[in-house]
Ligand binder design. Structure first.
Ligand code: SF4
Length: 283
């Protein structure tokens, strides 16, 4: 059956027919729509990756403090904990937690980040991809391909649903970031386009209905810690897909369902800071 244009199924079919991976297909598609050469796009992506790395390193090394005092150097503290050998599941897990905190805290403190897919969810993708790449000693080319796959998944979600907390709640921001990272991790580890589809479906299904409730209207609480959840969820979902577990529903159906759920969320759960945690009186 022919898949609808712009769906993950269509990109997956194209990858399978051409005998390439989703990263190749998304890169070709971006070159065709942007008018840039593939080599220019690769350079652009490398420069974005560099910004993500710098944000992560800054957040890990320098305790970040926001003017609201809601952010108080959590990433740097996690990084110190990592050095004590007390990590619950080993250094890679704690490193992923610390990396997600680091990038999201730099954003909360007005530092430079890459909105991927949004500033609020900026820690998910770098934490997931960089941590696994480092732990598995994956080369830079594989990292680059993982980011192209993640970016393409973001485009699909934008087309079929939404990437904005104001439209679809946090499922559309951190949830989408998590789905992008899950698919990117499968690409990073050499998985198939079908496995990417399953990973995306798992990751988004796990966060359906997640509301957007930024305390004080600031992208700090619960946003920063939700980036950690997004990264860890992505790793778990990529691992399941790589192990051969299959989603009952295809990714496109889960993405469209996320869009429908988002449209039905009451306004207080869509970035208005009037519901959820944002409605709790502050001590
Ligand atoms: S709670 Fe809202 S503002 Fe915060 S990360 Fe989620 S979608 Fe963005």
């Amino acid at each position: 059956m022919t898949a609808r244009e712009g769906t993950l199924a269509a990109y997956r079919n194209a990858a399978e027919e051409a005998g390439v991976t989703l990263a190749d297909i998304f890169l070709r598609q971006e070159a065709a729509s942007s008018g840039k050469s593939e080599s220019q796009l690769r350079d652009l992506m490398l420069s974005r990756i560099q910004v993500m790395r710098q944000a992560m390193e800054k957040g890990l090394a320098v305790p970040q403090h926001s003017r609201s005092r809601l952010i108080r150097g959590g990433a740097a503290r996690m990084n110190q904990w990592l050095g004590t050998g007390s990590s619950l599941l080993g250094p890679a897990f704690s490193r992923m937690v610390a990396a997600a905190l680091a990038v999201a805290e730099v954003n909360a403190c007005m530092g430079r980040v890459v909105a991927a897919p949004t500033a609020g969810a900026c820690g998910v993708l770098p934490a997931a991809i960089f941590t696994v790449a480092e732990a598995r000693q994956v080369d830079q080319e594989a990292v680059l391909r993982a980011f192209f796959t993640a970016g393409g998944i973001g485009l699909v979600i934008e087309k079929l649903a939404s990437l904005a907390g104001a439209e679809g709640g946090c499922q559309a921001e951190v949830g989408s970031g998590s789905a992008m990272a899950a698919g990117g991790l499968v690409e990073l580890m050499g998985g198939s386009a079908v496995q990417v589809d399953h990973a995306v479906a798992f990751a988004l299904a796990n966060v359906l209905g997640l509301i957007c409730d930024p305390v004080g209207g600031l992208v700090e609480v619960p946003c920063v810690k939700r980036n950690v959840m997004g990264a860890v969820n992505a790793a778990a979902c990529a691992e399941m897909a790589l192990a051969g577990l299959e989603s009952v529903f295809p990714a496109d159906a889960v993405i469209e369902t996320m869009g429908k759920v988002g449209r039905r969320l009451p306004e207080e759960f869509r970035e208005t800071a009037r519901g959820g945690l944002a409605a709790i009186p502050r001590p």
